[in-house]
Write a protein of this length. Structure first.
Lengths: 335, 335, 335, 335
């Protein structure tokens, strides 16, 4: 059975997912598209054998041919499309963020809980990255004992001009927050944010930042964001356990011996580092939707929890204080 | 457009490819199967939504619904099915070996050349492995200068009881031969084989072997087969150039610090090491067949050349002498 | 010229230094020893060709044959012997700590400043470790740009029964404090200490600890002490700069491929890791004393500064607050 | 007791050893020097507190103040000075080669055997290199099982103009031959030499060379000399055993993450790589001579065996054939 998918949002990320669904992964077909910019939607549809252009996201969701929805539109519109998909009883894959406010995330959770089953998946693709999965397996295997500290490093060579202070938290560290919750299998409870001596490549930006978080069981989490560090896009992660440590290995595939150095390549950007994770993310989502056995990927709850951590993080950034991360009670649907 | 595929041979490897075509890669559907063991073929077909069982491989090839053929049957039958596919003008993916004798390989080349276009692809999956591709890119980039020596290491933890002396060459080193030709972009011209002190885990087997080959331009190639080396399935490759060297990196994705050691995992077997390469191999084959723009994967010529190197290698193994590798003139179709 | 040395304290560390002076490094001879336990002193002297046993440390310092003094006695006695050496105008190498209170350290500084020249060196041997020196060269070369963050990891497989909460700071992290000051070339200004989820191997101990310090120029310093982490004695250090990072490499000298793993050895204890550093430390001290061109190793000021950081660290450990590190004005002698 | 040493040959290597004996290692004093160039000898002596200049090497050897002799003169003179030292019953450290002909080596062996005890040590410093020693320990520990293959790689960035074809064997690979014999604890029995496609940086030189040797027990040894490979001075070694492999690790001490690469430094030249090995070599020689318990370093036999392998290697280089390495019966003194 081929899953018939409608895609809301045909910008850069939407187009990339459509390419993925069409040429890379198995079992899905894009049958409907929509974008605030109709020209863009039509352009994309013209390259697909069998896709209708809808005037609104809601029309697309209502289309009987559409089995499942993918939301890649502008963040502030996510809430309405996800809610409409839930209302229509259709599985919906929503790019991060799930929504731009905590309240909107709660609305989605409420609606999904009322629907009685998981319909929403959020696009935290790191959970589908092979090295992160290997790290999770290593932790879960007990090879290093119970985790006590987790170091998460998020390094970008540079950021665009419009990148603001808050974005280090809500756009950059949000991935570290989610992947930490997933790796450790517990919630984050407090956050403190400190700015290091600023990197002169970053102009007025407070960069790098060092964030210290705690989890329910007392694991200390250290998140570094260095977004102007020139040398590459480098995602680091190391869990310190009772008996040893486990860390993401470097991803370079060729050892070069040149110019008095021996080493491997560091990725240039997130595409090079995570491109394969997106493929796996969609393949597994399609397979789970088609099988009808329930979604196991990042849920509305995960989207909500990430949002709450981000809110606390921004507060901590401005106050310099340790800020509590207060989550609502977790509905049984997500346990 | 979905490529409709018929699969001849529903043993272990055939079933794995059917799974791959059905669940992993995009753009293909298995519509016909055949096996010498009809029970096996029927069992496999029953798990597919839309597949016919054919009494013979030739029937399957003749089926109008079949756009392209995959041959996974017993080696000695490869020639007939590949020839029949060429006769039918249908693209055919043949698992290695292309055929079991040099003469049979030449028959296939002759038929394909007569047909006027490339229809045959041979299953040398290493060319689709990400680390090998990164190695080829590194060589081609000139980062280490012109290649002068290539070391290829093929290590297996163990081999089955029926593994014979010749198999170190025709079953094991054949992959090294093909990938060397591809990495360096030139033919092998001589081979010498030496047995080291035998590994006691290998019983009477002459293992490890060290093979020294030369290429057209004088590159020395060293192939080590160690097929009882216990520690893991470890595929090594290092090109020594004029200015530096480039080597396959270790593939472990997690750095473990435990028990006074820091390191990464070595794969257990070929599945763990090359599973992803098979996926890419089939996805690219499907895409090229569908696009109709011509095949770029390992050709009949590559299958033939590997066979000739193997024949020379076996001769060298028994004689202890350096043996010439004599290839026919390469038809223009393969240049 | 051979430097004639007197050694106060003939316990484990004193005996090791005497062995080093006698058998390993060049240019020194042990001519006098003293220990609170006279039996121990006599035992050691009996193994030396030419050494007198003195009843007191002061007698040893006063001995005309003694050119320079090495203090390896119990910490609380360091102050008196160092002061007596300064009074005698003799160079003195004092094992860490320089003294056990800030006030004692200041007394030493005052006396040394009054003497008009540097006579005191403190035993912070990491500054003589080849990997740390290579790290300092890398930082100073500008290869990674200006330092912004420094991570220092201090991991021990286990600690003795008598190891207390404070010792993680005053015995363990003190090395990280000193080496950080040296690597970055600036003073530490604040410290905060957080306990992670406790390692169950450590019983009641608060272990691991994560300390966050700041430097004068705003570099953030993260010190991890994990003193029950079983897997080995592992000293980590990574400076994050504006353009890249530089880190201590693993020190294993042999890559082992065994049991599905490829990796190198992690040291078992501090001896294995730092034995060579002690040799270099003493050779350079001897050379500098003999040359009379002035000492360049860790000074009284360094001993004092480390003590002040430790005091602040202990306060921070108990309060949970960020504590200021208040240093006196640095005398010109140490600039 | 201080060992009083006379040094014959005050060129570059002689001066470096004098510096080493005077400033680095413990327990020796240079009391006599000689050089064919008297001006050089006097210059060196003037920097030493207590050294006589002798008109001839023989005079130096005869000097009663001289306990032990170090020979760093021109190769063809080694034989006479080593024989004179043996005749005088004095321990002699001879830089490699022991002598320039097999016959001369045998003369030395005969004289030493006649003297009844080991007096001669040859300057194969690799046996004192920490990574090689760690490799030998790993082999001897049985961690990888019995050795079956040994790969030895000797890479130089460039060689001087006067470097000839034979020197790749007698000057370069000679170190690999000795260290292989030592690591494996057995003699080499055959050698074959093949030239790869020549490195264009090497002009007319046959470079790189690939040599295949066999040992008494059938271990295959592969020696690569690449002496124009630009990227660095890189000494590689990997033993392939029955259960795994052990290899020299890279020696860089700092991991740099810069410019889309992560890696460590490769040495620039042999000084950077082996400087510490020379220190250990002399310290252990001094200690053994002073202790009078017998020499354990590379012996006359080792110097002789290396010479025989070199002779066979040069023959193999010109003939292209496999050449037998024929050793005399080993006197009991060396077992």
């Amino acid at each position: 059975m081929t899953l018939k998918v409608g895609v809301i949002g045909t910008g850069m990320i939407g187009r990339d997912h459509i390419r993925r669904l069409t040429e890379v992964v198995s079992g899905a077909e894009v049958v409907a598209v929509n974008d605030a910019n109709e020209v863009s939607a039509k352009e994309v549809a013209s390259g697909l054998p069998n896709a209708t252009v809808h005037a609104t996201g809601e029309d697309l969701i209502a289309d009987d041919r559409v089995d499942a929805v993918i939301v890649c539109s502008w963040g502030p519109t996510h809430e309405q499309y996800v809610l409409a998909s839930i209302a229509a009883g259709k599985p919906v894959f929503c790019e991060k963020p799930l929504a731009t406010t905590t309240e909107a995330c709660r609305n989605i959770i409420d609606a999904e809980v009322a629907s009685g089953k998981r319909l929403v998946q959020v696009g935290f693709m790191r959970r589908y990255d092979a090295p992160y999965r290997a790290l999770k397996r290593a932790i879960d295997s007990g090879a290093v004992g119970a985790p006590l500290i987790y170091y998460s490093g998020h390094r970008n060579p540079s950021v665009p001009e419009h990148y603001t202070k808050d974005m280090a938290i809500v756009d950059t560290a949000v991935h570290d927050f989610d992947v930490t919750r997933w790796l450790l299998g517990e919630e984050l409870t407090t956050i403190r944010v400190q700015a290091a001596k600023p990197n002169s490549h970053g102009g007025e930006l407070q960069d790098p930042l060092l964030m210290t978080l705690e989890t329910e069981r007392g694991v200390l989490v250290q998140v570094e964001t260095s977004v102007n560090i020139r040398y590459g896009y480098d995602i680091r992660g190391e869990v310190v356990g009772e008996d040893g440590t486990a860390a993401l290995a470097d991803t370079g595939q060729v050892v070069l011996r040149t110019s008095n150095s021996v080493g491997v390549r560091v990725p240039e950007d997130w595409r090079e580092r995570f491109i394969a994770a997106y493929d796996v993310e969609f393949q597994e989502w399609i397979n789970e939707v088609v099988a009808g056995t329930g979604l196991t990927g990042p849920s509305s709850w995960d989207g909500y929890a990430a949002q709450v951590v981000c809110d606390a993080g921004v507060k901590a950034l401005y106050s310099g204080e340790r800020v509590q991360i207060e989550l609502a009670t977790k509905p049984g649907l997500y346990s």
